[in-house]
Design a protein around this ligand. Structure first.
Ligand code: F6R
Length: 248
């Protein structure tokens, strides 16, 4: 696990975009796993900037998003499909048919999960998975649990996630109680993982997830077992990481 500590949110975003671009350039028909939330917004902005200047193209890129709320229509401003269209897909030269966000439909959710995993496999697996981290250590919508999940599945959101995400809804009662998410198994199969975190609010969970015990009660801790993870932080999010002592 490699840590990159940057001065601030802008530098974290640029560093993350650089890493995404290096994988895109090195991998013909690159498959990206993408996240929503506040954390990667600056990274998407930097990627859009580079497409606009002609330095980057998404023409041959396939994307799979981590998660989506159940029962929120893709046209709703709160849906993750809407977020991705607004912040990336509508602004770059990606082929929309190659962008995938889990289905928000509650009907036949189990079939949709199986189909999502099959689509990832057909695309050749994920080259680079981008992740944020929840205050409770969730990645995707894999909430603290007694075991690590495997494939895409439907989850009941925890109270802390409902509270944290209520900022994007009119009121806490409007936050969906269920979501569909890639599993920990899907994330661990990605050839490379990029985790982003910024702000003092994430410092405790960053330290716990990446230097504490690997336990399903802290889902992100499983990333310690992945062979190729880069964690890009700002100084605040890195503030509780204890520097490793190097003996003389
Ligand atoms: C979003 C996702 C979530 C977020 C996490 C952090 O697709 O999978 O795990 O990455 O909740 O959210 P922010 O970035 O809003 O703090």
């Amino acid at each position: 696990m490699q840590f990159v500590v940057t001065q601030n949110y802008e530098e974290m975003s640029k560093e993350a975009a650089r890493l995404v671009e290096s994988v895109m350039c090195a991998t013909p028909f690159c498959v990206l796993g993408l996240a929503t939330g506040s954390t990667p917004l600056g990274m998407y902005e930097a990627l859009v900037h580079d497409v606009c200047t002609g330095a980057l193209s998404f023409a041959n890129v396939t994307t799979f998003n981590l998660d989506e709320y159940c029962g929120v229509a893709p046209t709703s401003a709160q849906s993750y499909r809407y977020y991705m269209n607004e912040h990336l897909f509508d602004l770059v030269d990606v082929d929309m048919a190659r962008t995938h966000v889990p289905s928000s439909s509650c009907d036949a959710a189990e079939d949709a999960c199986v189909a999502y995993d099959a689509a990832i496999e057909r695309a050749g697996g994920i080259d680079l998975q981008v992740l944020g981290i929840g205050n409770n250590g969730h990645i995707g919508f894999n909430e603290p649990s007694d075991s690590f999940s495997v494939g895409t599945h439907v989850v009941k959101l925890s109270e802390s996630t409902i509270q944290a995400n209520s900022r994007l809804f009119n009121c806490v009662d409007d936050v969906p109680r269920r979501a569909i998410t890639m599993g920990i198994g899907n994330i661990m199969k990605a050839r490379q993982v990029l985790v982003l975190a910024n702000g003092a609010g994430k410092a405790g969970i960053v330290a716990r997830a990446f230097t504490g015990r690997v336990i399903p009660q802290v889902p992100a801790s499983v990333l310690q077992l992945h062979p190729c993870v880069t964690v890009v932080l700002d100084t605040e999010a890195a503030s509780e990481l204890v520097p490793v002592k190097v003996d003389d």
